[in-house]
Design a protein around this ligand. Structure first.
Ligand SMILES: *Cc1c(COP(=O)(O)O)cnc(C)c1O
Length: 379
């Protein structure tokens, strides 16, 4: 089975992990700092805080903003559930904005409609690896005095108007799950240029304790204080060693993802039925996902049937995502409802994600295109 995404690990990555296993520090050691520095340098920020997952990174960012009960945070309806869940962890209220039909990015006009006097922040998602309109979103957030967070779990290495994603919002969150651009097994990071956010995030990932074990060892003291309620969201040196090694390969991984996307683009460019999502001219797309839109009603075959047939042929297509506001948890807890985000709901009926990852070879890409075109011709 060809999955929709998967990691690419080589001997150098394996050796980096083995080296840590033979070293003194398995966690809270020097590899964590090194990985944070490498990622901060790569995206061009002063600070980075590495944590145990993309989800805990989102939660940590919400803590840094001091999101609490009665605070509203606006999120796009099309994303992974964690984008909204992180607000709920802090007792805040997620408010769902609709998306743009051409690329499923959060609709800036809809954000403005959803702003109330309780709104404290916006989380925008660089869906599929396509950067959202940072200039426009920043302008809106500045005008209404809102914090601007980027969930860039799809977009490590993406660019907006020639600038790398990671420094363009108040805080930017990345994930290192194996389907993402680089992996640490599980892991995440927040990049920012704000020292206060940075300090709060370091505290939060370590139980709210003001000094970590290595710092205490260095200063020769047993004393520490828990100054706020935090979590154990630490990432290990084993994971960070893998991340350091993987980051070196990011340019090559991105190049291959873009090549695959180009092959898909070319094949579908004259199709009357298969429509890839649109790409703005001023961005460098990171292609975490390659998403096509098909009007299944028009071709008279259900998405379920296409999905099943492709899977039977060993092609692991997927759907990203079920609109978050349609999940039972959000309906029962926040009274979200069908019809709340019509573009998201309508688009969701038509989308399909095709396999894309650095290790996917050209003959597999060819097979995927052929299987899809054949199937759609048949019906
Ligand atoms: C992967 C992902 C997350 C969560 O990351 P994990 O590392 O799996 O916790 C959050 N938001 C988006 C948009 C993602 O794709």
């Amino acid at each position: 089975m060809i999955p929709y995404g998967r990691q690419k690990i080589d001997e150098e990555d394996i050796q980096a992990v083995v080296d840590v296993l033979r070293s003194e520090w398995l966690t809270t050691g020097p590899k964590v700092d090194e990985f944070e520095n490498d990622v901060a340098n790569y995206v061009g920020t002063q600070y980075a805080v590495a944590v145990s997952s993309g989800t805990s990174a989102l939660h940590t960012a919400m803590y840094a903003l001091d999101i609490g009960p009665t605070d509203e945070v606006i999120v796009p309806s099309i994303s992974f559930a964690a984008t909204a869940n992180c607000i709920v962890y802090q007792g805040g209220v997620p408010v769902f904005a609709d998306v743009l039909p051409e690329n499923l990015l959060i609709d800036p006009a809809c954000i403005e409609q959803k702003i109330t006097n309780k709104t404290k922040a916006v989380i925008a998602v660089d869906y599929a690896g396509h950067p959202c309109d940072y200039d426009r979103l920043k302008k809106i957030c500045d005008r209404y005095n809102l914090a601007f967070i980027a969930d860039s779990c799809h977009a490590l290495g993406a660019e907006y108007k020639g600038r790398k994603i990671g420094s363009l919002a108040d805080m930017t969150v990345f994930s290192f799950h194996p389907v993402k651009h680089i992996t640490t097994g599980e892991g995440g990071i927040i990049t920012c240029n704000n020292k206060e956010y940075y300090n709060r995030m370091k505290l939060f990932r370590n139980h709210g304790i003001s000094a970590d074990a290595r710092m205490r060892e260095k200063t020769g003291t047993w004393f520490y204080e828990m100054v706020d309620l935090g979590y154990n969201y630490r990432i290990s040196d084993i994971q960070c060693a893998l991340g350091i090694s993987q980051l070196k390969k990011l340019p090559e991984f991105l190049k291959r993802r873009r090549e695959i996307a180009e092959s898909y683009d070319k094949s579908f460019s004259d199709s009357a039925v298969i429509h890839p999502l649109k790409v703005q001219p001023n961005v460098g797309h990171a292609y975490h996902l390659y998403v096509i839109s098909i009007d299944f009603d028009q071709i008279g075959i259900s998405r379920q049937d296409v999905f099943k047939s492709l899977r039977e042929r060993g092609i692991g297509v997927n759907v990203h995502y079920i609109p978050i506001h349609l999940h039972p948890f959000y309906k029962k807890t926040y009274q979200t409802f069908e019809g709340e985000c019509p573009v998201a709901e309508y688009s969701y009926q038509k989308i399909l994600s095709l396999p894309i990852y650095p290790g996917l070879n050209s003959s597999d890409v060819h097979d995927i295109i052929e299987s899809l075109e054949k199937m759609i011709d048949v019906f």
